[in-house]
Design a protein around this ligand. Structure first.
Ligand code: XMP
Length: 319
């Protein structure tokens, strides 16, 4: 892509000029925006950049390893894997209120990120994958309530508190342009096409109390569901798809026995920007096959439902 090739060169020159020989930190979430920003900045200033991946223990199956592996092995990017699952799950123990969950996760995220940032000498900049729509939104909504809740992954307020300046090389770009830039930088197509994943992770797909047992079941069910969607060639038609594990157990029958296991809900929506969404019209065959696979392959689940709520009045996530 000629345009993105030129943009890349220009952006690199600007980053070098802005940063000089100072150090930069970046919170890597595994999402497309922060990943593209990190790779671009790494190309500009190399080892002056350190990324911190705050692993809250609420990622999907194998996700943390995949993200960390990709950046360390393929990009040789200095990356701290802050494995803080115990801390997060400990603080979330017994908590079922959605807003309380979000607040706990947001606060711990900043604590952990700051702890690691403080250990790096000479840090003067914080890098963020802020896009043009984020810039517009924060202007038009300034002072008002945030509609898309991204607060915890763009570590709001931290730069001032830590005396850091911002590096935001994607500020002029729209989502599709970020994807094009990501391809230009050699990020794998499978990575660039990934569905968005919320900062609070699986916590908001586990209504009610979060337990390690429920998270383990949720990860397996979600992996089977996404595998089904990929096998049927539907992944790229869908904005987001995931499983939510419900805080209810139901009676079932399997083989000769009675089961008493969790019910889950499948969610899949189409959307342009996440602000509104329609549920995805899977065929009954697809839904039936997927339910059978989840119940057969995932111990702990004996009932599968499909969420047919659009947004509004529903939200995409369950919490
Ligand atoms: P809702 O559930 O509000 O979600 O319809 C809209 C989009 O935002 C994502 N989402 C989040 N992303 N931090 C994020 O980075 C969050 O706290 C958060 N909450 C929701 C959600 O996955 C969907 O794409």
């Amino acid at each position: 892509d000629w345009t993105m090739g030129a943009y890349r060169e220009e952006a690199i020159a600007k980053i070098r000029e802005q940063v000089g020989d100072a150090k930069v930190i970046c919170a890597l979430s595994g999402g497309v925006d922060s990943s593209v920003a990190a790779v671009l900045i790494h190309e500009a200033i190399g080892e002056q950049l350190t990324c911190v991946f705050v692993d809250h223990g609420l990622m999907r199956k194998d996700e943390a390893q995949e993200v960390v592996g990709m950046f360390r092995e393929h990009y040789n990017l200095p990356l701290i894997h802050a494995d803080e699952a115990e801390l997060f799950l400990g603080e979330l123990d017994g908590v079922s209120d959605p807003e309380t969950k979000r607040k706990i996760i947001g606060k711990l995220f900043i604590d952990v990120f700051q702890k690691h940032a403080d250990e790096i000498e000479g840090v003067k900049f914080l890098a963020q994958g802020t896009l043009y729509p984020d810039v517009i939104e924060s202007v038009s909504f300034s002072g008002g309530p945030s509609v898309t809740i991204k607060s915890h992954h763009n570590v709001g307020g931290l730069p001032e508190k830590m005396g850091l300046k911002l590096v935001e090389p994607l500020r002029e770009l729209f989502k599709d342009e970020v994807r094009a830039l990501g391809r230009e930088l050699g990020l794998p197509a499978s990575f660039i096409g990934r569905h968005p994943f919320p900062g609070p992770g699986l916590a908001i797909r586990c209504p009610g109390e979060i337990t390690p047992e429920k998270l383990a079941i949720l990860r397996e069910a979600d992996a089977v569901y996404i595998d089904q969607i990929r096998k049927h060639g539907l992944y790229d038609e869908i904005w987001q798809a995931f499983v939510a594990i419900l805080p209810v157990r139901t009676v079932g029958v399997m083989g000769d026995g009675r089961t008493y296991d969790y019910a889950c809900a499948l969610r899949a929506v189409t959307s342009v920007d996440g602000m509104t969404a329609d549920y995805y019209p899977f065929t009954h065959e697809f839904l039936g096959e997927t339910a059978t696979r989840i119940i057969n392959e995932v111990p702990g689940i004996n009932r599968v439902t499909y969420d047919i709520t659009s947004k509004p009045p529903g939200t995409i996530e369950w919490e």
